[in-house]
Design a protein around this ligand. Structure first.
Ligand code: CTP
Ligand code: CA
Length: 226
């Protein structure tokens, strides 16, 4: 109650957050995935709820518990995340897409476990849909915040994503910096907005990073309201 009074702008705002990896099925026992833990997205969802927003968290497979006061929708594949996000998009005021969505999935999935042979094998992959790109194309009143996980030229690639996906802000994330990125409890990010210099935050705990991201996103929402 006390905290929410401190954030009158957030009361009743609809915030949609995605988190975690996706898993793309090969056969009943195998999948392709990535190292995302979901910690960053869960921290953002928790902080938005603490500020009084109505929060929906669309989460890929993660061992984390649903944050207090957050409606968590669990999905497995990129295609399921696409449906869960797009159906909730019209009502959203703010979308924060921290999920590490698979870019490719196996073209074919097998109903039975694939047996080994002595030959080499390869799996043909096809593209998944870029969820954030679609949100950018359909953007109306929403403030759109993306992430960019990069191993080199972090700001340069992140700026390209801001422009290409029609975003309001990108949280650029070096995945090679010590104490930053997947699995870690801390993160070092650079906030990238249109017509503003990139703002590099110090190495912070993910809940502190969540506060900084939402402070910046809150300002963008206010500008949108005017
Ligand atoms: N994203 C998405 N749907 C996808 C792939 C990515 O919504 N199929 C979103 C992520 O949630 C993230 C942003 O796009 O907010 C950037 O993801 P990232 O993997 O850094 O960039 P990509 O655009 O996929 O480009 P690349 O992986 O080639 O760097
Ligand atoms: Ca990607």
């Amino acid at each position: 109650f006390f905290t929410q009074k401190a954030y009158p702008d957030w009361k009743g705002k609809n915030v949609l957050v995605t988190a975690g990896p996706t898993q793309e099925t090969i056969d009943p026992v195998r999948f392709f995935s990535n190292r995302s833990s979901g910690k960053m997205g869960y921290a953002i969802a928790e902080e938005a709820a603490r500020r009084g927003a109505v929060v929906t968290l669309v989460s890929g497979p993660s061992s984390l518990l649903s944050p207090a006061g957050v409606e968590t929708v669990r999905v497995t594949t990129a295609a399921e995340m696409y449906d869960a996000v797009l159906s909730r998009y019209p009502d959203a005021d703010l979308v924060v897409k921290s999920a590490a969505v698979a870019d490719y999935r196996p073209k074919e999935t097998f109903d039975q476990k694939v047996k080994k042979s002595n030959d080499a094998m390869s799996i043909e992959m096809e593209r998944t849909k870029d969820i954030l790109n679609e949100l950018g194309e359909r953007k109306e009143h929403q403030v759109l915040v993306g992430f960019a996980a990069e191993s080199e030229q972090v700001v340069h690639y992140a700026e390209k994503k801001l422009e290409k996906k029609n975003l309001d802000m990108v949280c650029a994330n070096s995945i090679v910096e010590p104490g930053s990125g997947f699995q870690s409890d801390t993160n070092k990010i650079t906030l990238i907005r249109l017509k503003e210099e990139p703002e590099t935050l110090p190495l912070l705990k993910k809940n502190e990073v969540a506060e900084r991201i939402l402070d910046a996103a809150g300002k963008l929402m206010k500008m949108r309201d005017r």
